[in-house]
Design a protein around this ligand. Structure first.
Ligand SMILES: O=C(O)CCC(=O)C(=O)O
Ligand SMILES: [Fe+2]
Length: 220
């Protein structure tokens, strides 16, 4: 058995940052059961429940010009976080602390962060994919944060993280309330298995800035 250090609980303090940085450096991903302050998790959950279903749109694949909705690849609904509300603002602030902390520790040059709520109705999925392809995207680190109270193993909906070869399973993560997963966007193929219940999350990406005066950074 490998002896991984126990993940710390609590806010984005030095210990949490050290833990995430160490995991990213040694394994390329981190699973933290309770990184975000509980009051913030509850606030986000309330806001998510208050969102009108009309604000959720079918998620697509690709960027602006080649954006397409493909129900065979993914069948979730999304709503981008704007940060105007207490919970969403708190979450984006927390991620900003993480961005700065990781830049200091790992020199990643992370430039900004974008995130959306995602809702997977029962039976919805996201087939095995990479969040970024080398040289084609400025997404460097993917984050997924789960908002599913009392999630049971029989509810399914796991996030499966595969090794770079796309075959061997590295991790099968239950989408439990308050859990945060972070991984290198270009390295790990992953998939969302269908769930028995509605499955809620916030998916986000830390990005680098590849723009210059002549070549603007591509839109997401
Ligand atoms: O919800 C998850 O567990 C992962 C979602 C995902 O892979 C994505 O939105 O790119
Ligand atoms: Fe993904």
């Amino acid at each position: 058995m490998s002896t991984q250090p126990l993940p710390p609980r609590g806010p984005s303090d030095g210990d949490t940052l050290d833990y995430i940085a160490e995991q990213l450096e040694t394994r390329g991903y981190a699973v933290i059961p309770a990184a975000v302050p509980p009051a913030l998790v509850d606030r986000l959950f309330i806001e998510l429940k208050q969102l009108d279903s009309a604000e959720f749109k079918p998620a697509g694949i690709g960027r602006q010009d080649d954006f397409q909705v493909n129900r065979f690849v993914r069948s979730d609904q999304i709503c981008w976080l704007q940060g105007q509300s207490e919970g969403a603002g708190g979450f984006l602030d927390w991620m900003e602390q993480l961005r700065q902390g990781l830049n200091r520790r790992l020199f990643l040059g992370l430039f900004d962060y974008e995130a959306h709520f995602a809702s997977y109705p029962p039976g919805a999925f996201y087939k095995k994919h990479l969040d970024a392809f080398k040289g084609q995207s400025n997404r460097v680190l993917s984050t997924v944060f789960y908002l599913n109270p009392q999630w049971q193993p029989s509810d399914g909906g796991e996030l499966v993280i595969y090794a770079e070869d796309g075959e061997s399973e590295l991790e099968c993560v239950r989408p439990e309330y308050g859990k945060l997963v972070i991984f290198l966007s270009e390295v790990f193929p992953h998939e969302v298995r269908p769930a028995q219940r509605e499955r809620y999350s916030i998916a986000g990406w830390f990005r680098v800035n590849n723009s210059s005066a002549l070549v603007p950074d591509p839109p997401r």
